[in-house]
Each structure stands twice: as structure tokens, then as C-alpha cells.
Design a protein around this ligand. Sequence first.
Ligand SMILES: Nc1ncnc2c1ncn2[C@@H]1O[C@H](COP(=O)(O)OP(=O)(O)OP(=O)(O)O)[C@@H](O)[C@H]1O
Ligand SMILES: [Mg+2]
Length: 385
Amino acid sequence: MGSALSCCGSEKVEEGTTTITAANNTTWRIFSYKELHTATSGFSEENKLGEGGFGSVYWGKTSDGLQIAVKKLKAMNSKAEMEFAVEVEVLGRVRHKNLLGLRGYCAGTDQRLIVYDYMPNLSLLSHLHGQFAGETQLDWKKRMKIAIGSAEGLLYLHHEVTPHIIHRDIKASNVLLDSNFEPLVADFGFAKLIPEGVSHMTTRVKGTLGYLAPEYAMWGKVSESCDVYSFGILLLELLTGRKPIEKLPGGLKRTVTEWAEPLITQGKFKELVDPKLRANFDENQLKQAINVAALCVQSEPEKRPNMKEVVNILKGYDPRGKVMQTRIESVKYKAELIDLDQASDDDDDNGGVPDESGLGVFEAMEVPKMRDPYKHGDRKMSKHV
Ligand SMILES: Nc1ncnc2c1ncn2[C@@H]1O[C@H](COP(=O)(O)OP(=O)(O)OP(=O)(O)O)[C@@H](O)[C@H]1O
Ligand SMILES: [Mg+2]
């Protein structure tokens, strides 16, 4: 790995040591497998924080006392090694208070492990619908902090880091919360580290469907606006406490936009608010946030605001003030797609267990023209723009 990283340019990799000093003076380490094995009690079930599309995540503690979260990727082939190194190099440079940066990695012959700081308040999902859902920790102030912080993290990815990064998987389980409930957007760089022949989207569609922009779900069209759409759904989830797709009695499923549409059209904003807040919220901020959400979830990508505009409106700075949306467009996924969604059936923090069948949104929609932008070197259409 050392040589692979060295070839990428400015990183300094010292033989025999494991510290890499990046241009911006932040450090991250190469961990040995043994060290991570020990830190996580042998990747034991008790240490498991959850499971996602790429593999399992384990809590651990290093010998110097640092609490870490170790993501153990599913096995990868050797061809992917260089890509892994380049990806790690890019991510190692990304630093923002609202992005979960890398603490390091381990790359053995058949193992890829990514090390992050452990986030004691886990994910937003765990607070809205998971193990902390019964508690009242998420007051209005915290929710606004989470909304603005995650928007700022995305703004940085879209507009400030070079090359630009499109996240493609914005959702509540990818917004982690530190001890002060400061949000850190996670998983913004590893979308292409998927075992050959398995598309992340196809295996994880169950947990992700409700956040997918229609042009992405149907035609695989990727742009920053896809993230903006997903952010709009995340914001609605944060305001209403509802899942992106809910299961109704009788087995029918409904998207949060379908539910919110009539209330927004009729101006019944207060009825949208999560009852857990017991009506403790700031009315102006609520209106602004609903406005932003409604703008973000428009079906035409070009109508959506960019993340700079989103942050400005959320902070109340936007002097022109984009026209207040009194309407929200509810995107209706095709019935067969909705049937594939399992997140609304699950109440765990995983957002659903990966679909072993491999059948997912693109197969279901029969979109053979759909191509994986990562596989064609078309970086303009992919996450690095
Ligand atoms: N640094 C961390 N600190 C605490 N919990 C974490 C950390 N990283 C991940 N988790 C938790 O581990 C679980 C699994 O995360 P993982 O990212 O693998 O899956 P996911 O977010 O559900 O789906 P995806 O693969 O699409 O990201 C999630 O519940 C997540 O909140
Ligand atoms: Mg994740």
C-alpha cells in the first residue's frame, strides 16, 4: 500500500513507520490488522455497531485509548487495491467539521478496513427511529444544528473540496452525531469500493430508496442535485420524525412527501412537526426549513437549489429569499420499487439488511442502459466532478 500511496504524489510515506503527513498537516495512520483485531475484541458480535452495504462496523479502543469505529469491507479483489489507495488518499485530505474524516485504514492481502473516530451518539437514524427513539434528546435546537451542519458538510463536498465529491447516499444512518450532537456526514468516498459485480445501489436499495432522486432511481443520472434531493428528504424526516417511506396498515407504503404534500399546500405547517417535540419549536425556522425541503425535493433537478443556497436559507441569510414553496411535489416510486423497499419494515438501526438476492432498483426498473459512472472513468458524472 505504501508504494501505491506514494505514487499519488504529495503524501509522504515513510518505510517502517505508519504515519502519513498530508499537505494540510492532518495525520492519519495505517493500522495493522492485528491492532484492529485486538481493538475490536476480534471483531466480536458485542462490538458490532451495525451493518451496511459495504460490510460491518465495529466499536474498538486502540492501545493508546482512542475510541474508533472500524468498517470491515467485504472482500475485494487485488485489482481494487490501487483504487482503494487513491480513494483513501483523496479522503484523507477532506477535512471539515461536519464530515467524518478518516482516522486511517488497513489493507492486508484480502482485507480492507477503514478506521473512523467513534461517534458516541451514533447516527441520526438511531435517534429518530432506532435505539434512542424513545428518548427526548433531539430537541428543536439540536435538529436545526443537525440540519445546518449536514448541509454545510455537503456544501463543502460539492463546492469547496477539489475534486468535488457527490455523496450519493445521504440518509439518516450516514449522519453521525458527536457528543455535542454536532452532525458528521459519513460514507462520502467509498461508493466505488464494492466487490466486483455487485452494485451498492442494487444491494442497498431497500434502505435507501426513499432518499433517491427520481432521475437517479430511474436513469442513474448522478449530479450534485441528487444529494440535494436526498437532503430534502432527510430534512423532512428531521422535522416530522417520519421515515422516508412508511408502512401503512394493510401493507401499503407511503413516502414522506406524499404525507407532507397536503399539509404544506394547506399551510398547516405545525401539523407537520414531530409530535415528540411537544410543540416546542421556532415557527420562523420551521417555515424556512419546510421551504428548503420543498425546494430540494422538486422532481426536476435543475429547479432544486444548490447547497450554498440551502445553507443560506436555513441560516436565514438568503436576502432574495427563494420563492416560498407553498407546494411540495410528492414523488411516487413505481409500485414494484416500493415493494422492494424494506427500510420501512425494519425498526433497527441498519435501515434493513442487505438484499442477498442482489435484485434492486435498477433491475426492477429494467434500465439496462444504466451504467455505473465509476466504471467508465467518467468522473464528471460521478462523485468526483
Ligand atoms: N464512526 C461511527 N461511530 C458510531 N457509529 C457508526 C460509525 N460509523 C458507522 N456507524 C454505525 O454503524 C452502522 C453501519 O454503518 P454503515 O455505514 O456500514 O451502514 P449504513 O449507514 O446503514 O449504510 P451504508 O452502507 O449505505 O452507509 C450504522 O448504524 C452507523 O450509524
Ligand atoms: Mg453508512
